[in-house]
Write a protein that binds this ligand. Structure first.
Ligand code: 6PG
Length: 470
């Protein structure tokens, strides 16, 4: 029986597309799925790639058909199914083999699995795979973390199947333990923020400028030729252009305005909070999805308070474009700041320049300015992206537009949680003298928590009056 270069368990959408990608890149891939009929279906649809695929209905034979040291990709539903699959595999593996978990796992689970398997001599790689179905099939961005030794065993396959940007593979090893899945989580946090801000600009177009979906689609297609050039802007043009076959109406007008979320965006917001790194635009995007889920409450509240009645917005399309660019930069700045702090806290030494580079193609947030980010991080310029010369110029040129849109949104009764938070983040970050001194006074008043007076000392206190009278 021929041996496979690599194994893959889990032939749902992402798994089956990744397996076809591996086969198309000339590797022999053994495949297994809990439901054997799924494996049969997959093989039947593999076409010319069939001879690079070894279907294995039984797990033991599946493992035995893979050349050692084995690399076995698992792409099953995040959570318990991953642990169950690992449990079934363990007795069949030999020292030096590795499991590559390529789903959207919570990085805490990845760290736990990495630590549990290490004493058994089994490598564990937590691999973030971004780009959806299309990416899995033709080239995702691949963010690898975990056992460095076993990374080298799988490096060539993963590097070959990843997306390419100017011939460079969008796959990299990012650090031990949960580094890969953590970076994927932050990728998704930025993705949420990006998508939310696009939806907010669409709200101003639709409700403030009275534009129909077709007109909005044309604008996004135009914007995709300029500084906003990115996958999300490109697909937004298609989503707004889509026509429902059944009714002939614009599909966007039929889709219910309740956003789903499988959890990755939320995890990125939790990570930012745990690391005490401000990521208000990412957090705002998660909250916006949660508010969108409150459809019945929103209907009742509109009945109570009345719908927005403000006049048409007088924001120009050019201003919207510039505002979106500024908002995007703030969101990426937040995401990279979270990764930078997490890198310190976890001892990962995350290569931020490499991360920006492997996001230039294949992943959902791929966009034109990631190249500039990569260069900035490589030069070691960036404390925060807002301080990188290229982005300083862009923010100086565009924050006025962001301010205008946020102001128009407030006066026009538009909920713009992410554009507003991006502006507040920018204004807060570049304000040398804020007003947290008042908070320090309040904290010392009720809790004697102390405050600093420069040149006099730390943990100082004041004799506050008693408030017994109130
Ligand atoms: C990617 C996407 C993908 C995402 C799903 C659903 O990078 O390819 O981020 O991994 O998880 O599309 O995500 P949500 O349900 O959280 O929107």
């Amino acid at each position: 029986m021929s041996t496979a270069d690599i194994g893959l368990i889990g032939l749902a959408v992402m798994g089956s597309n990744l397996a076809l990608n591996i086969a198309e890149n000339g590797y022999t891939v053994a495949v297994h799925n809990r439901t054997a009929s799924k494996t049969d279906e997959f093989v039947a649809g593999a076409g010319a790639l069939r001879d690079k695929i070894i279907p294995q209905p039984y797990l033991k034979e599946f493992v035995e058909s893979i050349a050692r040291p084995r690399s076995i990709i698992i792409m099953v539903q995040a959570g318990k199914p991953v642990d169950q699959t690992i449990e079934q595999l363990l007795p069949l593996l030999d020292e030096g083999d590795a499991i590559l978990e390529c789903g959207n796992a919570n990085f805490h689970d990845t760290v736990r699995r990495f630590e549990e398997l290490r004493p058994k001599g089994i490598g564990f790689l937590g691999v973030g795979v971004s780009g959806g179905e299309e990416g899995a099939r033709h080239g995702p961005s691949i963010m690898v973390g975990g056992s460095k030794q076993q990374w080298h065993n799988a490096e060539k396959v993963l590097t070959d199947i990843a997306a390419k940007f100017n011939g460079e593979s969008c796959c990299a090893y990012l650090g031990e333990g949960g580094a890969g899945h953590f970076v994927k989580t932050i990728h998704n946090g930025i993705e949420y923020a990006d998508m939310q801000m696009i939806a907010e600009v669409y709200a101003v177009m639709r409700d403030g400028l009275g534009m129909n979906p077709k007109a909005c689609a044309e604008v996004f297609k135009e914007w995709n030729k300029g500084p906003l050039n990115s996958y999300l802007i490109e697909i937004t043009g298609h989503v707004l252009d889509a026509i429902d076959e059944e009714t002939g109406k614009p599909l966007i007008e039929l889709i219910l305005d309740k956003a789903g979320q499988k959890g990755t965006g939320r995890w990125s917001a939790i990570a930012a909070q745990e690391l005490a790194v401000p990521a208000t635009t990412i957090e705002g995007a998660v909250a916006a999805r949660s508010i969108s889920a409150l459809k019945s409450e929103r209907i009742a509240a509109e009945r109570t308070y009345g719908a927005r009645t403000s006049a048409k917005s007088d924001v120009s399309l050019e201003t919207l474009e510039k505002a979106l660019l500024a908002g995007k930069i703030a969101a990426y700045a937040q995401g990279f700041a979270v990764m930078s702090k997490a890198s310190e806290e976890n001892g990962w030494d995350l290569p931020l320049g490499t991360i920006a580079r492997i996001w230039r193609a294949g992943c959902i947030i791929r966009s034109r300015f990631l190249d500039q980010m990569a260069a900035a991080y490589d030069k070691g310029e960036a404390v925060n992206l807002l301080m990188v010369p290229d982005f300083v110029e862009l923010m100086k040129a565009n924050h006025g537009a962001l301010r205008q849109v946020v102001a128009a949104g407030a006066l026009g009764e538009f909920p713009l949680p992410c554009l507003s938070s991006a502006l507040a983040y920018f204004d807060g970050y570049r304000q040398a003298t804020g007003t947290a001194n008042l908070i320090q006074g309040q904290r010392d008043f009720f809790g004697a928590h102390g405050f600093v007076i420069e040149g006099r000392g730390e943990d100082l206190h004041y004799k506050w009056p008693s408030t017994l009278g109130n």
